[in-house]
Design a protein around this ligand. Structure first.
Ligand code: ZN
Length: 227
């Protein structure tokens, strides 16, 4: 769980610590890892197992907007995860790479037959090599971008599937669900927890008995502006 808990003051991760390990009051708490390292200690509070209950509260409150949420996710998926433009650029760069390779081969041949002045040859040969290298690097970069978008797409798909079939009456914390749908949780100085879900939705939970505050309404506005 600590892998996703983030300190709202320093941005560092929370780590777990066992309190009263030899007593019957033994329990695990989580606190900012940097809390006691620097000169200025973070004022963010430690959190307890209550995070799990708050997570469930945040999650089930999201389900009240299930349809809207799924709709938003689908839209985000469409705008953020498409790869068509990348594939078109890749095709162009592939052609450029082949062209540059051909020019390099030709130059080597010309040099072997000594048909050109060595100095001029050096210059153009270097130019072709640079073109080739640039194309290779460009392709590399685009492939990484494409992979990133595809990964994001899969992640969103899993998130949507979970939202669609989730049970509103969920009462037990499931580590698997947490891992799949939570990007990170920020602990704020006043003890509020900000749950960042993988689709970009944020839900704030302070006390368990209060209604969680979420940003889904704001997202509707954003959707309307961009659509
Ligand atoms: Zn901190």
């Amino acid at each position: 769980m600590s892998a996703r808990l983030v300190c709202g003051q320093c941005g560092g991760f929370y780590g777990s610590k066992v309190w009263g390990s030899n007593t019957k009051y033994r329990r695990t708490i989580w606190q900012c890892n940097d809390k006691f390292k620097g000169e200025v200690r973070c004022a963010t509070p430690h959190v307890t197992e209550e995070v799990k209950e708050k997570f469930l509260r945040a999650f089930t409150s999201l389900l009240e907007y299930r349809e809207k949420l799924v709709e938003n996710c689908r839209l985000a998926q469409k705008t953020l995860c498409h790869v068509k433009d990348i594939e078109e650029e890749l095709e162009e760069l592939q052609q450029e790479k082949e062209m540059a390779a051909k020019l390099v081969r030709q130059a080597i041949e010309e040099n072997a037959h000594r048909v050109v002045d060595p100095e001029t040859w050096q210059e153009s040969y270097k130019g072709y090599l640079d073109r080739y290298q640039q194309a290779v690097e460009g392709i590399d970069q685009l492939e990484r971008q494409k992979k990133g978008r595809k990964d994001k797409n899969r992640e969103m798909e899993r998130f949507i599937k979970h939202i669609e079939k989730a049970d509103e009456t969920l009462t037990d914390f499931e580590e698997g669900l947490w891992v799949l749908i939570i990007e990170r949780v920020t602990v704020l100085i006043d003890g509020r927890l900000m749950f960042h879900f993988k689709d970009g939705t944020e839900v704030q939970v302070h006390h368990l008995e209060e209604t969680p505050f979420h940003s889904i309404q704001q997202k509707e506005q954003v959707t309307m502006q961009t659509g």
